[in-house]
Design a protein around this ligand. Structure first.
Ligand SMILES: [Zn+2]
Length: 395
């Protein structure tokens, strides 16, 4: 494994590990799970701003429901099942059918639409053991899954809202090169050709209205609908599919979802599936390789190491770290009896972007010597550092 591989980077930074007893699964370590939660919280805020409300649907659902949704027929090979008393249950490979149940539980009027649900859905998919690889392909992962239930006349606005925010979101994570692909009906699919014609035409019209510059990927759609996939180009030039928006007339029909229109008639909603990151696990793998572990300050699980220069400054280093924590920064004190140069190297290894060196002079002045990854350094009062770093440290 080369040292540019996210598994090697994660090992150096102590983020997660995998072992045979959990094939294709991840054991997140404290630093790794801190990163995980930062990413999750960022997306949670983004979804809330987009008008989504967070839900949670069951991990296990009966075979009968998966048969109705079409997953049993088209996705069965990727599903883990277990026997309950008199039925078969399957671990969810995606959250869509669960969200349809929430939609259906109340009578929905045309005035209620669009209705937007999102879930950090813990999914399991039975990938062959040869296919699993680090975080890139796992058998258990969390999707930033979201579904909009809406009317046909609302599709364009929903696609525009989603794609309009994506570039800004990806830029926050350090990705500036985003490509879009329009994926049409695959060979393995559910739903009539008439429904597919309608869905493809509506999604393409929405993509054009949103001004997206896309290429065509014939046959790459989801089994229930066409989609727009968003690919990020990473620093080594690879294209990685992360975001997706999918138009679906099939699931609402198969699972019998409806709303009532102004004349009190039952109408099928269209369902738009979308994800910004896709699998959080996979996205974090992509992120680590793209930045080679040198994450932007706001994403670093530990942002600042406060390193004492002499044994006498241990107490001051602890106080500075505590003051930073109080202000919301993720800071650790390094008071080991080591030379400063050692502490600088160790902080870099651990992926900590900032180091504050504190010696006799800094303690007397109430200041710190702030040192960045590229070696730049400046002396400033602790209060000044707290204010100055804020914009960079939080999103
Ligand atoms: Zn979905």
């Amino acid at each position: 494994m080369d040292d540019k591989d996210h598994r090697a980077i994660a090992n150096r930074m102590d983020l997660f590990h995998q072992q045979e007893e959990g094939p294709g699964m991840v054991f997140w370590h404290p630093r790794g799970f801190t990163l995980y939660r930062i990413v999750e919280d960022y997306i949670r805020r983004e979804m809330r701003r987009g008008g989504f409300r967070e839900v949670r649907s069951p991990q296990l659902l009966s075979r009968a429901l998966w048969e109705r949704s079409g997953h049993w027929e088209k996705f069965r090979d990727n599903m883990f099942t277990l026997e309950d008393a008199d039925q078969v249950l399957a671990l969810k490979p995606m959250s869509c059918p669960g969200h349809v149940q929430i939609f259906k539980k109340r009578l929905r009027s045309f005035r209620d639409l669009p209705l937007r649900f999102c879930e950090f859905g813990a999914c399991h998919r039975d990938e062959p053991s040869g296919a699993v690889k680090g975080l890139v392909r796992t058998r258990a992962f969390v999707q930033d899954d979201a579904h909009v239930f809406c009317r046909d006349d609302q599709i364009e606005a929903e696609v525009a809202r989603f794609s309009g925010r994506l570039h800004a979101v990806y830029a926050d994570f350090g990705f500036d090169d985003v490509r879009v692909a329009f994926s049409t009906r695959p060979r393995q699919r559910v739903g009539s050709d008439a429904l597919w014609d309608r869905a493809e035409a509506a999604l393409e019209a929405a993509a054009l209205a949103a001004g997206l510059d896309y290429r065509r990927d014939p046959g790459e759609g989801a089994f229930y609908g066409p989609k727009l996939d968003f690919f990020l180009r990473d620093r080594s030039g690879r294209e990685l599919q992360c975001g997706t928006v999918q138009l679906d007339y099939v699931l609402p029909e198969r699972l019998d979802a409806h709303y009532v229109d102004a004349e009190n008639r039952k109408v099928r909603p269209v369902m738009i599936h979308h994800a910004i990151l896709g699998s959080l696990e996979r996205f974090i793998g992509v992120l680590l390789e793209h930045h080679q572990g040198n994450l932007p300050l706001w994403l670093a699980p530990e942002q600042i190491a406060v390193a004492s220069i002499g044994a006498a400054q241990a107490g001051y280093a602890e106080r500075v770290a505590a003051a930073l924590e109080e202000e919301g920064y993720r800071a650790v004190a390094d008071t080991r009896p080591e030379r400063l140069s050692r502490k600088v190297v160790d902080a870099r290894e651990a992926g900590i972007p900032l180091l504050m060196a504190v010696g006799k002079r800094e303690e007397a002045e109430g200041s710190v010597t702030l040192r960045r990854r590229d070696g730049r350094q400046e002396v400033m009062a602790i209060e000044e550092a707290v204010v100055k770093l804020r914009a960079e440290a939080f999103r």
